[in-house]
Design a protein around this ligand. Structure first.
Ligand SMILES: [Mg+2]
Length: 274
């Protein structure tokens, strides 16, 4: 099985592309998400071909913090994934539909930490109108703010994280979004459930943010890009490899390495006939 984060791991908004090469050598891009009638997320054409091939050779599981609604806007190359993890593990989509049994199991575990309303109130009480652009609750599971990064005080996220930890919540800063997510809500738990249902023995994973750390830790082999929260914090484990690329080219590099890993481990995944 291949389980991967989407945003800033496989797909990139224009602001995250990091096209630092000469314009004449920039990769051709495929738009994989449209929002409000405008193009929003991209992968390189080469990455798109690699993902389509990979999805034919392994159980490919998108594992995202996006809500199911936000996930459904993403039109990944290749066959539609049978399983997808959304809302950081709060939803397990099976053939596009949220599995009610999984949802129930997750909600039961959330009673172990501080209630969402309390964490949201704390976040909003400390946010400043000068830099707070939007505030959202995702499916009654977790909260996030959209902020103006240039005006956000350096210590704000660190202070929020220090308060949230003892409440049983994690904080993650990704681009313009600050997430507060309860500890029991993890991508790795949902991905383990997919492994059980799909009967896979080996998991490859990729991700870029603190909310991906548990997913990478639980995998047999994992990759992270040279950009993002994990890179910024120097996070490392022996089975987690770092690709040197940044931006959209890192997504392509990760897919190339995943594809090689799948091909060189015959029997590790169920072969799909052509
Ligand atoms: Mg990400």
């Amino acid at each position: 099985m291949v389980a991967s984060d989407l945003d800033r791991t496989l797909i990139y908004s224009a602001a995250a592309l990091e096209l630092t090469m000469p314009d004449t050598r920039a990769p051709r891009l495929l738009c994989v998400e449209t929002y409000d009638h405008r193009p929003l997320s991209y992968m390189t054409e080469e990455a798109a071909a690699l993902l389509a091939a990979l999805a034919g050779q392994a159980v490919f599981v998108p594992a995202t913090t996006r809500t199911p609604e936000q996930y459904r806007r993403v039109r990944l190359p290749g066959p539609p994934p049978r399983y997808a993890v959304c809302a950081n593990g709060g939803h397990l989509l099976v053939d596009g539909e949220s599995d009610p049994e999984w949802r129930q199991r997750v909600r039961e575990r959330l009673t172990e930490c501080a209630p969402l309303a309390q964490v949201r109130d704390h976040m909003l009480g400390r946010a400043r109108p000068e830099w707070l652009l939007k505030e959202r609750v995702a499916d009654g599971l977790f909260a996030y703010l959209v902020v103006e990064r240039a005006l956000l005080p350096d210590t704000w996220v660190k202070e929020l994280a220090a308060w949230a930890g003892p409440q049983g919540w994690s904080v993650s800063l990704q681009g313009r979004k600050i997430y507060a997510v309860p500890h029991p809500l993890t991508k790795s738990a949902a991905v383990a459930e997919v492994a059980r249902r799909a009967g896979t023995a080996r998991t490859l994973a990729a991700g870029d943010s603190l909310l991906d750390a548990d997913l990478l830790r639980a995998a047999d082999v994992a990759w992270r890009p040279a950009h993002g929260e994990l890179a910024d914090s120097g996070w490392q484990l022996s089975h987690v490899r770092v690709v040197p690329e940044r931006g959209v080219l890192a997504g392509e590099a990760i897919l190339r390495l995943m594809r090689s890993a799948v091909i060189t481990q015959p029997g590790a995944v169920a072969p799909v006939p052509d």
